[in-house]
Design a protein around this ligand. Sequence first.
Ligand SMILES: NC(=O)c1ccc[n+]([C@@H]2O[C@H](COP(=O)([O-])OP(=O)(O)OC[C@H]3O[C@@H](n4cnc5c(N)ncnc54)[C@H](O)[C@@H]3O)[C@@H](O)[C@H]2O)c1
Length: 354
Amino acid sequence: MTDVHPDRLHQFVTAVTAGLGSDPLEQQLVADQLVGANLAGHDSHGVGMLPTYVDGVSHGRLKVNGHVSVARDDGAIVVLDGNRSFGQVTGFETMEIAIERGHEHGLALVGLRDSFHIGRIGHWAEQAAAAGLISMHFVNVAGHHALVAPHGGREARFATNPFCVAIPAADNSPSVLLDMATSRIALGKARVANNAGVKVPNGTVIGTDGILTDDPGVMFSSPPGALVAMGEHKGSGLAIVCELLGAALLGGTTLQPKNPGDGSVLNSMTTIVIKPGAVGDPVGLRSEVDSFLTWVRSSELAEGSDEVLTPGQPEKRARIARATGIPIDSGTFGELVAVATQVGVDGEALLAGA
Ligand SMILES: NC(=O)c1ccc[n+]([C@@H]2O[C@H](COP(=O)([O-])OP(=O)(O)OC[C@H]3O[C@@H](n4cnc5c(N)ncnc54)[C@H](O)[C@@H]3O)[C@@H](O)[C@H]2O)c1
């Protein structure tokens, strides 16, 4: 493991995206979200995604300096095309529109279809919360083969379809941020574990033999195994809902054989934003949220547990713990240096500060 200061990591991502031809705003949005994911403790959606982006650009699957385009605009309902642009740009632009319409109408639905990977969904919920809005996000993942087996199956039928909800606190940081893959673990967590040569929790992946295992390598073998849906039939059902509301509703690409894809990571996302003041008393809501969260955390502990956390607390703690150093495993470090070299950047010097 090498600890890299977040500022240095930010400079690294900025330099690599500049090498790809990204304009300064795109460089900054990509670096903000990837390093932000590492800071929040989600290495699966951090700088380790950069090789996928460089590969996407070099094979013409990811468009540099692209933007959303409006497919439909009915005021409180907007549908956008992601145009295979950087998800850090399309996600940001989607949320800018959602925030504007949410403030104007009290409630807005903004769909983003077929963007390149939009990364950590909590980042978009934080953008809405910073503007004082509640947000909900249903997301699908298409463009490549299925990754997650439905409850009762051993063949993958959908991907890690994330679901996210955030409620802003008085300072407009989220008081609650539920941001999760609907598989027991995200694919990126299996990638990070595989790169680091460690196991994943037993039963989070299933081999092609139909046997649950702790070996992340089954996801990278040929043919690959599958991730296991969280929460048995309930999580499997939520993943299906994310596929249908996140993509089918918008006319985005769903993951099924008639849409074979080209190996890209494409996300479609339906975002619903709510302005608390349009529904009730926002001050009363904040006080109710705070007292409820305190009540939840006060539960007597189950055996083997040291504390009760509420959604979003682990990310806040990770930001404090990682403020001056983000651990990068040697596999990911090597991949980062290699992609930097590909775009003419001395990555080792940037990361190690040589
Ligand atoms: N763009 C994509 O295609 C895509 C696909 C899948 C996942 N993702 C992202 O991957 C990231 C990781 O997802 P994940 O499911 O591995 O996250 P996770 O399991 O680490 O956390 C899920 C949620 O549970 C909360 N949590 C974690 N530990 C807790 C505890 N002990 N007590 C109470 N709450 C707790 C977290 O605050 C978070 O809200 C997310 O940011 C998600 O948006 C993106």
